[in-house]
Write a protein of this length. Sequence first.
Length: 158
Amino acid sequence: MARPADAERRSRIRTAAPGDLRRIAALEAGAFADPWSETQLIDSLVGPYDHVLVAEDPAQDGGVVAYALFRLVAGEAELLRLAVSPRHQGHGWGRRLLAAVAAELERRGAASAHLEVRRDNPTAVALYEAAGWERVGTRPRYYPDGADALVYRLDLRG
């Protein structure tokens, strides 16, 4: 069996296709207390402003193990969702996917990107900060359960 570092080297990040919906929905349901519905995910796969990237693990027969969903309108981007399967967390999948999102946004001409992340999610906070996202604010009681959101921004012009 391949070690996680070996699988990561052979992994592939690509634009999601409609056939990825089932796996994206499963990742969504496993990662978020308020998962998006399949209808919302389908709209993101086919809509003109939303873009979805998936990471495939060759040790999983090319199966999707992580995804990121971002929206790009008039040069401004928002990272809306990023999820990694629990089995693949801690092996660099999120870091690689986040780098691919930044590269894709730059390629598409985005000047900057922003996101909100739960204050009580230190793993995600650490991922974004390590990737160069800058904390620019807080949204008190942003989530349905009353948790605060931290707001981050990434300058893509430099």
